[in-house]
Design a protein around this ligand. Structure first.
Ligand code: GTP
Length: 238
């Protein structure tokens, strides 16, 4: 087994990451390449919990701004995360990895209910635990769900894998002179509204002193990070 920097991590993926170039829905080819990337790190023996957003299918906040009751819109968003979780489970299992989907909203015909001690045991057994349906409550984002699951499952780091390979001072797609931060403090991340995760999620990470690492999703960053290389941007205490 490799000498891992972190033995148990929470990986937060945005729902949009599953949509491919269509920006909507689930693109099976994109899901497979994402799962191949995840499979790369599993062979090193890392214990991996995953939280996936649902924005490729339905975004609660957007529904609310268009006149829906916020709670109803958020519940729809939570259901969207279950679709994504089952898609990722299917793809990881095709690659031969054991997985369990655990949902914060009980739907036992589809997946197991989220029970912390059970999730912990699955992780110990080397199964990828995909946490679905957010926190099970409206008004909380999947970023917050990721921070919450990361804390209660005693993960050593929250990895936010995105299409951009870190946090920049300005949009690197638009500006060629954008500079990537290698480190940034929790309070700076909150004060400067860098959009890494929402404030509740960053505050939770700060209170529990768990680092957030923002890195690339399809470029081998997650593997390099776990093997000890400095990649992306680390958000941590001063
Ligand atoms: P161990 O007890 O550690 O062996 O875990 P396990 O998950 O292999 O055992 P279990 O007998 O609990 O589960 C066997 C299979 O049934 C697994 O694929 C689980 O994901 C699935 N499963 C367990 N509980 C539920 C449930 O409440 N709903 C659904 N849909 N599947 C479940």
């Amino acid at each position: 087994m490799a000498n891992l920097r972190y033995k148990r991590v929470l990986l937060k993926l945005s729902g949009e990451a599953l949509a491919g170039s269509g920006h909507f829905g689930i693109d099976p080819a994109t899901v497979s390449s994402l799962c191949a990337e995840i499979g790369e790190v599993l062979r090193y023996g890392v214990q991996l919990a995953v939280v996936i957003g649902g924005g490729n299918i339905f975004r609660g906040m957007a529904g609310a701004t268009q006149g829906m009751e916020r709670a109803s819109a958020d519940y729809m968003g939570m259901l969207a995360t279950v679709l994504n979780a089952v898609a990722v489970q299917d793809s990881l299992e095709k690659l031969g990895h054991a997985t369990r989907v655990l949902s914060a909203i009980t739907m036992q015909e589809i997946c197991e209910p989220y029970i912390r001690r059970r999730a912990d045991r699955h992780l110990e057994k080397g199964r990828v635990v995909i946490c679905a349906a957010g926190t099970g409550n409206p008004y909380f984002t999947t970023d917050t769900a990721a921070a919450l699951r990361g804390m209660e499952l005693k993960c050593e780091a929250l990895i936010k894998a995105t299409k951009v390979d870190g946090v920049y001072d300005k949009d690197p797609v638009k500006y060629s002179d954008a500079v990537k931060y290698s480190r940034i403090s929790y309070s700076e991340a909150i004060a400067r509204r860098l959009g890494i995760m929402d404030t509740t999620a960053i505050s939770l990470a700060m209170e529990n002193n768990i680092p957030i690492i923002v890195c690339g999703m399809f470029n081998g960053d997650i593997r390099r990070l776990l093997l000890g290389e400095e990649v992306g941007t680390i958000v941590q205490g001063e």
